[in-house]
Design a protein around this ligand. Structure first.
Ligand code: PHE
Length: 464
């Protein structure tokens, strides 16, 4: 049983928004948009965030809040009380397996996420050093240097996982709530400032057209599966992290408004990031693609900000990278927390021991993606470099499948009265009417879309 409950409503909102808003919006969103021709990805993404993402976020929070446990324990208990085929479920432990997969997903994701956090640390260190005149930074050069230095990446990944594990062993709440209170507003302000700078570039109107005017014939089934995977990633669905937050919720906290604001803010911020990155990408003659895109584009934007005789672009760079790092750290803490709380709840580990164990496992796995652009650069899995393969496998396959399992478990297995109590907010009568819509979405719409995505994925593998 979890004892903590978020001390203030403001703190809780911040933590949940911060756990969603991070590298998914700043690092991943731009490169998947680019790989899928701009608006052909962006428009379905906005719809999916609302129609699939929002109901799934609500579902995971309800699961955690109902059983006050991490995802495996919650699904185990749900099996025991299940309304649907209880005997069969008990024998096969199907839902428990879904929970286990959520845990595996969180560890795999943390492993390559930590590599990218290591890149952020490297850029942050170099920018900070250049503010003090220790080194001269040139953005694209930094990226090239880092790509060839595999062992530096391994070292930085280790540092990041160590920081994450220490934060988790000290307890989720104290660790993040305080720093996020002042950090998120500052981060959002910096992003808005940079969006304005970027929109002053000559290619801004091309970028806006690229992001918001889709050519519907460009939307392929492959795009839709990437959209679904990215919605899960950016909203932290399918790893049990949101269930852990739900389990720490106070009795009187309402699920629906908090989920709504999380999805709306996260999506709005992704669109801002698009407006920040793409005018620049359009202005440049050459630019990086894939996971390097953000690291190539952002420094060029910082360089655009010049104050009189003083390199304030570098200072902005340091502030921005620091905010990004702390937001990514908050996400990493959420990811590690998912498997740590399972060990604590169900296997009676102490928190520090569980954090050590899971941190080690994540680091062991992370060595592969950390070396993917250097020592292991010739190794390709399904024609992809190792880091890209990790990302594609976790995001496009595992997360949607776990989300599907959780949607079915809660949608069909949990008692309607129990769900209603958690869903309906007495102060907001419209939630009474919305309950039926939510239930319909998680019982029918979400499963159909995800099954479609899975079929397209399987088809893609065989076609290759
Ligand atoms: N949603 C986070 C991001 O956008 C990633 C994440 C996934 C964090 C799952 C926690 C759990 O970066």
């Amino acid at each position: 049983m979890r004892k903590t409950a978020w001390s203030t409503r403001y703190g809780y909102y911040l933590v949940i928004v911060a756990s969603a808003f991070s590298l998914g919006n700043l690092w991943r969103f731009p490169f998947v948009v680019e790989a899928n021709d701009g608006a052909s990805f962006v428009i379905p993404y906005i719809f999916s965030a609302l129609i699939l993402g929002l109901p799934l976020v609500i579902t995971e929070i309800i699961l955690g809040k109902a059983y006050k446990q991490s995802v495996i324990g919650a699904l185990d208990q749900l099996t025991r009380e299940s309304m649907l085929a209880p005997r069969l479920l008990k024998r096969t432990h199907l839902w428990v397996w879904i929970g286990r997969f959520a845990n595996y997903a969180s560890v795999l994701l943390l492993a390559y996420y930590a590599v990218i956090c290591g890149w952020v640390l490297y850029f942050l260190g170099m920018y900070a050093a250049s503010v003090f005149g220790v080194t001269e930074t040139e953005g694209p050069e930094l990226l090239n240097n880092l790509a060839t230095q595999g062992y530096t990446q391994v070292g930085l990944t280790f540092v990041h996982i160590l920081i994450t594990a220490v934060a988790v062993s000290k307890g989720l709440r104290e660790g993040i709530e305080k720093s996020l209170g002042w950090l998120m507003p500052l981060f959002f302000a910096l992003i808005i400032f940079l969006v304005i700078r970027s929109l002053m570039l000559p290619s801004a109107s091309d970028a806006i057209r690229y992001l918001f005017y889709p050519n519907f014939s460009d939307i392929s089934s492959g795009t839709l599966t990437q959209v679904i995977g990215h919605v899960c990633f950016t909203l932290s669905i399918g790893m049990g992290t949101i269930a852990v937050f739900g389990s720490s919720l106070r009795e009187d906290s309402r699920v629906t408004p908090v989920s709504f604001w999380m999805v709306v803010l996260d999506t709005a911020m992704s669109l801002c990031v698009g407006l920040l990155i793409f005018p620049l990408v359009f202005t440049l003659k050459t630019h990086a693609t894939g996971p390097s895109l953000m690291f190539d584009a952002l420094p060029r934007l910082f360089d655009q900000v010049q104050c009189e005789s003083f390199g304030c672009g570098k200072l902005i760079g340091v502030a921005f990278l620091l905010c990004l790092y702390i937001a990514a750290l908050a996400s990493s803490i959420g990811l590690l927390e998912a498997s740590v709380s399972n060990l604590v709840d169900r296997h009676k580990f102490t928190r520090p021991r569980a954090a050590r164990r899971m941190g080690f496992i994540a680091f062991g796995i992370a060595i592969l993606p950390a070396l993917s652009s250097s020592v292991l650069k010739d190794i390709k899995i399904l024609k992809m470099p190792i880091l890209t393969f990790f990302d594609t496998f976790v995001v496009n396959w595992i997360l949607p499948l776990v989300a599907l399992g959780i949607a079915l478990a809660v949608g069909y297995g949990m008692k309607t009265e129990q769900k209603k109590n958690l869903f309906i907010d007495p102060n907001q009568p419209e939630t009474i009417a919305l309950f039926g819509d939510w239930q319909f979405l998680i019982r029918w719409v979400v499963p159909l879309f995800i099954l479609f995505a899975v079929i397209v994925n399987v088809w893609g593998v065989f076609k290759n």
